[in-house]
Design a protein around this ligand. Structure first.
Ligand SMILES: [Mg+2]
Length: 354
């Protein structure tokens, strides 16, 4: 029996990931460092290294059984993705990645050759993003994991935060969304069919090659950052899509103390993503809004600045507005014209439209 003096233990699921981050942040207290421009709470930390120059610091881990299934994650893609998810956070601050460290958690099943293959993907990402791995660590672990830390740099005035959205801005997203989740659905189904049917199973993944690649080896949208610099424009607010568009728009609106009106028919969705959702008998808008792991960028910008950009490089999905109902800062207008609150995890009443 538990002693009556034992401190109460709270299950982390009771407060969720963001709740836990808040608890841990409170433990550290307010930082007192004049060179720290932005600590916990954005896509990366930002600290000053010179009069007008800042570095950006971020870290992210991919763990077997949580973030990937070794049965369908090619090892070179794993290495690439581990870098991409970090570079995406640097891009989400309008900055340039420079250096990375990589810590490999090695389970007994991991061979030298597998580790080498992981690093082929790491090297591919370094070449794609013009950055350098400068160190790391290897540790024994119960499951394979890759923990990556990336340092980026920028002029202090160029850094874009989640908190800068202005009423009247257009809400935009790069590329297309929902594909990564569609790819995951296909891969999980493929695994189940393989388990059930064994060697008789003849998978045909050709119709899903784009969505699968978007899940396994998502590119970070660093080119968008360069395009903005070339066009001489800077977004007012910026965040990348790791947890899903609905969640990221809420983070952006909360940090900026604004509301947003989204238009569901405007969501940029690849035809292959639509076909995948149809194949599963599911609503493709759900993939786009809560699927996650797209690693596209969500940004807000005045309409006149958008004119300087290649119209193929982004899609306007809504407007930044004054928040009218604090409980529902984000609304989404569906194709039938109905305007409903969008929750961070999707629609208010998702179940009735599954
Ligand atoms: Mg992020």
């Amino acid at each position: 029996m538990e002693s009556p003096d034992a401190p109460q233990q709270t299950d982390i699921s009771n407060i969720g990931e963001f709740g836990l981050i808040a608890v841990l942040r409170d433990k550290l207290g307010e930082p007192s460092d004049d060179d720290l421009v932005s600590g916990i709470g954005d896509d990366t930390a930002v600290y000053r290294v010179d009069d007008d120059r800042v570095h950006l610091l971020t870290t992210d881990t991919l763990t077997e059984g949580i973030h990937f299934d070794r049965a369908f994650m090619p090892m070179e893609h794993l290495g690439f993705k581990a870098l991409s998810v970090n570079v995406s956070d640097i891009a989400a601050m309008n900055a340039t990645p420079r250096y990375a460290t990589v810590t490999l958690g090695l389970s007994q099943q991991v061979s030298v050759e597998m580790a080498e293959t992981i690093y082929e993907g790491v090297k591919e990402a370094c070449d794609a993003y013009d950055m350098t791995v400068v160190g790391g660590d290897t540790v024994s672990a119960h499951a394979l994991s890759l923990s990556v830390t990336v340092v980026g740099e920028a002029d202090e005035n160029d850094v874009v935060y989640r908190s800068g959205a202005q009423v009247g801005d257009k809400l935009c997203v790069t590329g297309d969304i929902g594909a990564s989740y569609a790819g995951l659905k296909v891969l999980v189904r493929n695994r189940q069919q393989l388990d059930e049917q064994g060697e008789d199973f003849q998978p045909n993944l050709d119709p899903f090659s784009y969505v699968i690649r978007r899940h396994l080896a998502p590119p970070a949208q660093l080119k968008t950052v360069k395009d903005w610099a070339d066009a001489g424009v800077t977004p007012n607010a910026l965040i990348d899509i790791s947890d899903g568009l609905a969640s990221e728009v809420h983070h952006l609106c909360e940090a900026s103390e604004v509301g947003a009106q989204l238009y569901e028919p405007a969501l940029p969705i690849d035809p292959e993503t639509r076909n995948t959702a149809t194949d599963f008998g599911e609503d493709v808008n759900r993939y786009a809004l809560i699927g996650g792991e797209d690693y596209e960028l969500v940004f807000t910008m005045p309409e006149e600045d958008l004119d300087a950009l290649d119209p193929q490089s982004y899609t306007v999905i809504g407007d930044i507005e004054a928040p009218e109902d604090p409980d529902h800062p984000v609304l989404i207008q569906r194709a039938d014209g109905e305007n409903v609150p969008l929750q961070p995890g999707g629609y208010d009443h998702f179940d009735d439209r599954a």
